[in-house]
Design a protein around this ligand. Structure first.
Ligand code: SAM
Ligand code: DTB
Ligand code: SF4
Length: 321
């Protein structure tokens, strides 16, 4: 079956709520139809501008509105960004994602610096992604010209729950940026976070919003909330593994060709739990000791894990079958 963009919310809820093991088996079968099942994409994050963000995303340690242990740092020098990318590639990353705690991109010298860094990293033969906040079509075109492969911009949660988590922008603003990215011919990376107190319907409606896009996003990060001290969501309890598996499997079944990324929150999960996530259809991870500000399994640990599971690293620019 090819990409379907006309899923109804009811259909997705039915998939999501199905008998767990049947759901996993169905998802694993679809995964194998569309991707080399033993390959996992290894991505690496570089926080090129950390903290001090004007937005009020309730989960985020980088918002200037919450007192967290993040100390704001200015934009990195171009050389430092490129060097960090080199190190990540040497450790096995095939996709490098540059993250900035900006509300939106501005057409200034800082953006020019980021474009120069993107060009140099793209020339190293890896997929370059970045996540810089909201973009105009013109800015998206400039990123494409610089060699950008993908742009990450998460919908994060359902349209209905969005304003309970973020009040400084609207769900529709996110969609607009995704449209600009797509129009520029850049691969869309968009997913969300689970464990913020959302309902099952909110999770289903997030997947519905992603799977209704035509084409589907090229990659869908599923982040497990990392409750950070000082943020309004600091006391949220971890979600059960079963919820993670349902979310991953539902994303895989509804968006068969997408890379489904097991993103934030992996450090706290056992190898057994991660193995189940790969079985449920996840085929991408962030590797390296830091995400943007939080800890994450390092490259050596992940290499051992992949070896243990008989998985190999997916080459850059590999496409769905
Ligand atoms: N400022 C840009 C933006 O919001 O698009 C880019 C950086 S922002 C930190 C990227 C993504 O990180 C968010 O959309 C969210 O999904 C994820 N994230 C941030 N804090 C998180 C947390 N505590 N736990 C899980 N995911 C988180
Ligand atoms: C995504 O979906 N997750 C990554 C990446 N895209 C930019 C970010 C996770 C951030 C986790 C919290 C932190 O490290 O501050
Ligand atoms: Fe800023 Fe992005 Fe964090 Fe929101 S998620 S506060 S926009 S860095």
């Amino acid at each position: 079956m090819d990409e379907r963009c006309d899923w109804t919310r009811e259909e997705i809820r039915e998939i999501h709520d199905g008998p767990l093991l049947e759901l996993m088996i169905r998802s694993a079968a679809i995964h194998r139809l569309h991707h080399p099942a033993n390959q996992v994409q290894v991505c690496s994050l570089i926080s090129i501008k950390t903290g001090g963000c004007p937005e009020d995303c309730k989960y985020c340690p980088q918002s200037a509105r919450y007192r967290t242990n993040v100390s704001p740092t200015p934009l990195m020098e171009e050389k430092e960004i490129v060097n960090l990318a080199k190190q990540a590639i040497a450790k096995g990353a095939t996709r490098v994602c540059l993250g900035a705690a900006w509300r939106s991109v501005r057409d200034n010298a800082q953006f020019d610096l980021v474009l120069l860094a993107i060009r140099q990293i793209a020339d190293m033969g890896v997929e370059v992604c970045c996540t810089l906040g909201m973009l105009t079509e013109f800015q998206a075109r400039r990123l494409k010209e610089a060699g950008l492969y993908a742009y990450n911009h998460n919908l994060d949660t359902s349209p209905e729950f969005y304003s309970s988590i973020i009040t400084t922008r609207r769900f529709e603003d996110r969609l607009k940026t995704l449209d600009a990215v797509e129009k520029a011919g850049i691969s869309v990376c968009s997913g969300g976070i689970i464990g913020m107190g959302e309902s099952i319907d909110d999770r289903v409606n997030l997947i519905h919003s992603l799977a209704s896009r035509n084409p589907h996003p090229g990659s869908v990060p599923i982040n497990l909330l990392i409750p950070v001290q000082g943020t309004p969501l600091q006391d949220r309890p971890p979600i059960p593994i079963w919820d993670m598996l349902r979310m991953i499997a539902t994303a895989r079944i509804t968006m068969p060709k997408a890379m489904v990324r097991l993103s934030a929150g992996r450090l706290e999960r056992s190898l057994e739990e991660q193995a189940l996530c790969f079985l449920a259809g996840a085929n991408s991870i962030f590797s390296g000791e830091k995400l943007l500000t939080r800890l994450n399994p390092d490259f050596d640990e992940d290499e051992k894990m992949l070896r243990l599971f008989g998985l190999t690293s997916r080459p850059a620019f590999g496409s769905a079958i």
